[in-house]
Design a protein around this ligand. Sequence first.
Ligand SMILES: Cc1ncc(COP(=O)(O)O)c(C=O)c1O
Length: 413
Amino acid sequence: MAAVKPLGGWDVEKIRSDFPVLSQTVNGKPLVYLDNAASSQVPQVVIERGAKYLQEEHSNIHRGVHYLSQHATTAYEAAREKVKRFINAHDVKECIFVRGTTEGINLVAHSYGRKFINEGDEILVSQMEHHSNIIPWQQVAADRGAHVRMIPINERGEIVIDEYENLLNERTKMVAVAHVSNALGTVNPVKEMIATAHKFGVPVCVDAAQSVPHFPVDVQDLDCDFFAFSGHKMFAPTGSGVIYGKREWLDKMPPYQTGGGMIRSVSFEGTTFATIPEKFEAGTPAIAAGIGLGAAIDYINAIDFEAAAAYEHELLEYATERLAGIPGVKVIGTAAKKASVLSFTVEDVHPHDIGTILDQQGIAVRAGHHCAQPVMQFFDVPATARASFAFYNTREEVDKLADAVQKVIEVFA
Ligand SMILES: Cc1ncc(COP(=O)(O)O)c(C=O)c1O
């Protein structure tokens, strides 16, 4: 593997050389990729692992007795073991492979909801959630006659903890909260929130899509009940993702999807289901993507992830300072604890225009509501521009971003 542990600091150039996509030009300019919250880039070792699977190992898993099938099964289950260690799950069976965060949260909402949510119950969802941690709960609430109640945020984009505590009561059946907000970058105090929910016997589903790529996580330390994340935001291919759940919940929950691979026996008199994780993994999974997720975890383990997180944080602080220093720029989301994400607006310029002009400079940022419309409503903006960083971004790229934003202002002056 090309990645090294840097000496005396983060060797960003060495890290960048692991990611082939970063060395290209876009619109005649070197690519500055600042859309990592939407999807991160993939290192060569992960690309090669996927290619090796397709060239040499491709076969369906779990069912075949032949060599290739057993080989592919071993590789896929090895990836699950890597996931277990990466998030420090107690039991590998608690790690269910899904397509991504969205599917993971839908699995929990619909399966847990069918069993444990009843008429008049309440589900607490924070105001800063991505739509994929709002809508599944709204759907389940509608099906079960329950109510979704919003945990409010403040002007800095932080959860108002007093209000959260006031909302918890004997009718609460679930708390759904992001570890890190994709629209604001806020790092939520999920460990404390989980401890409070547990005093009421309420489980917590953490949307970890934006935390796992940016700092080490430990589901046992957090004591979360469910924890969802996507491979494509953590240097792995699309189509890979995980929903972790505590065994004590997963064992009691009904299957979410049904079909091949998730049964013990089927007859027209009745069907019995396999145990976890198979119970929640109907049909042929994204095998290459799952193995790729394992390779991405190997990659993260091979670099100094804590140093990466510290470097990335410095980059975020530098970018915040540079952009906030430009007259007309407003940073949206100024929480005391943030990771990766810098959302901003420019006075009298629509974020889509910002995104388009930046693209002409080879700079990829996201412009829009970031699938977090309640956040936009709270800050009374139609959209924001969002730069989101990974450990392969540089201070020079931040300077290019700031210069380009300055140009946007000049164009619209
Ligand atoms: C916080 C958060 N949750 C959920 C999602 C949905 O992830 P996916 O589209 O990979 O399912 C995203 C994607 O941007 C996100 O940022």
